[in-house]
Design a protein around this ligand. Structure first.
Ligand SMILES: C[S@@+](CC[C@H](N)C(=O)[O-])C[C@H]1O[C@@H](n2cnc3c(N)ncnc32)[C@H](O)[C@@H]1O
Length: 273
């Protein structure tokens, strides 16, 4: 559909109900009620998301002040251009040949150092909607390599004006979470890549050492912290050892390998809440 926003976005002008503008693997919209129950005691604080991804938490809580960081520079470039009034002018159709032309063009921009251009933001949005499962996967050279998605129908937004004021009040940064400068009273919601083999959100991966570094970094923060992850025995042990209060949750997704349909387990860890 062409026009301004898909109906689902156009109707949602209230900041609290704005859906994330991108599809993002590991999106945590389903955790909003649980975090909101904590956040309501801290709502005057700044929300910091060191791994902000699709922004499900910041949008779902409807926070006024936020520092939103992600290692994926294309994601942050897209949000930054929304603040500047992004209105995609590239052709956007659910067409395989067009998808690969746009992917080539995006990778050309990346190779030539123009990954922060408005055109790169438009192409990134188009690829997010059109690529397989909304996956954001890169090869070793940092080039986007997710294949065409084969969806029946895709709605493309032509304007992101509904997000503009909200995003303008937030600070966006792109880099490793370790470089973030936290203020002592920040409320941290940290949702790192899962403790699994496949974590290809951004060039580079997220190793076990990164998991430990994240858990340790936020365990030193004097303000409230919510740290979530896929439940694995070593993640549970690590978070407990560092003094987090740990709860196990059932995620609204299933373990699908080997035909196992059991709900996936997640870990919800808190400090100073
Ligand atoms: C599970 S996703 C976050 C999803 C997000 N909470 C949402 O609701 O959409 C993890 C994010 O961490 C980012 N990431 C990976 N390594 C990182 C690092 N070293 N520092 C900061 N962000 C990183 C990925 O790009 C990805 O967007």
């Amino acid at each position: 559909m062409f026009g301004t926003l898909p109906a689902v976005l156009a109707g949602a002008i209230d900041r609290k109900t704005l859906p994330p503008p991108l599809k993002w693997a590991g999106g945590k919209r389903w955790q909003v009620p649980r975090v909101e129950a904590i956040w309501r005691h801290h709502s005057g604080r700044r929300l910091v998301e060191p791994f902000c991804g699709g922004l499900a938490m910041a949008l779902g809580l409807g926070v006024a002040r936020a520092l939103l960081n992600d290692a994926n520079p294309h994601l942050i470039n897209f949000y930054t251009w929304i603040v500047q009034g992004l209105r995609p002018s590239i052709p956007m159709e659910n067409d395989e040949a067009l998808f690969y032309r746009h992917r080539d063009r995006f990778n050309h921009l990346v190779r030539t150092g123009r990954h922060d251009a408005r055109e790169a933001a438009e192409l990134f949005y188009y690829m997010n909607r059109t690529a397989y499962n909304g996956l954001c996967r890169f090869n070793g050279d940092g080039e986007f390599n997710t294949p065409f998605g084969q969806y029946k129908k895709i709605n493309y937004a032509r304007s992101f004006s509904a997000y503009r004021n909200t995003f303008a009040a937030w600070e966006f940064t792109s880099g490793d979470f370790g470089a973030l400068r936290l203020q002592p009273d920040d409320f941290v919601y940290a949702d790192p890549p899962y403790d699994v083999e496949f974590t290809a959100y951004a060039p580079g991966g997220f190793s076990w050492d990164d998991q430990v570094r994240a858990a340790e970094t936020f365990s030193r923060h004097p303000g409230p912290v919510v740290l979530v992850n896929q439940f694995t025995p070593r993640i549970g042990a690590l978070y407990l050892k560092l003094g987090y209060a740990v709860t196990e949750l059932e995620a609204p997704r299933r373990i699908s390998c080997n035909g196992d349909r059991a709900p996936a387990k997640e870990i919800f860890a808190t400090r100073n809440v």
